[in-house]
Write a new protein. Sequence first.
Length: 224
Amino acid sequence: MKKIGSQVTIAMDGPAGSGKSTVARRVAEKLELLYLDSGAMYRAVTLLAISDELPADSPKLIEQVKACHIEFTDNGKTILLNAEDVSVQIRTPAVNRLVADVAKVPEIRHEIVKHQQRIGAEGSIIAEGRDLTTIVFPNADFKFYLDASVTERARRRLADLQAQNVDTTLAAVEAEITARDEKDTTREHSPLRTADDAIIVNTTRKTIDEVVDLIIAHVCENEQ
Ligand code: DC
């Protein structure tokens, strides 16, 4: 696979279940880029709120977020919060329920964005989340917005949950995704939106490999 020559920043946004984490991870492997899962960082600081039973917007939580140390190892596969591996804990239903509330606090976003920009300055990167194309890396070399219908996104999430033996229904997952979309797109600070210069990829009827190939082809054709 082609190696990207100069320093390249690829930013990717989209709603939950649009496929962006899997796609970004594979593009990172194939193009030998650093992978940044920005949602994992919001999930990690949500654990701080849960463990100390702090409200999402409490000054105490904001202090803890400023003081905490978040680090990725294994090219983004493992996330350490204050040196503890929290990669599994950040995917629990308790975190799913609270993370959108934590992610809407401007002081928390400010800290996390600074951290993401530091990581981005270290080398070629593909970063995905909700505000990577608009706020974190507004000058990214490549911007993509991945989307899919709510039903398709719910189907994908249901398959993941069933693989983990979680007992739920398509209707319940669809309701959870719709509620999260609403919070992510209507919040006051850095809502999920499509950057004017982003390439929109509808993944509803595409396989992961098709989306990966489409992105790599675009990057390789346009890289200088
Ligand atoms: O992509 P995800 O499901 O892991 O994201 C978890 C939550 O974090 C989601 O509710 C939106 C929020 N988030 C955000 O506000 N900004 C980002 N750049 C990434 C995620």
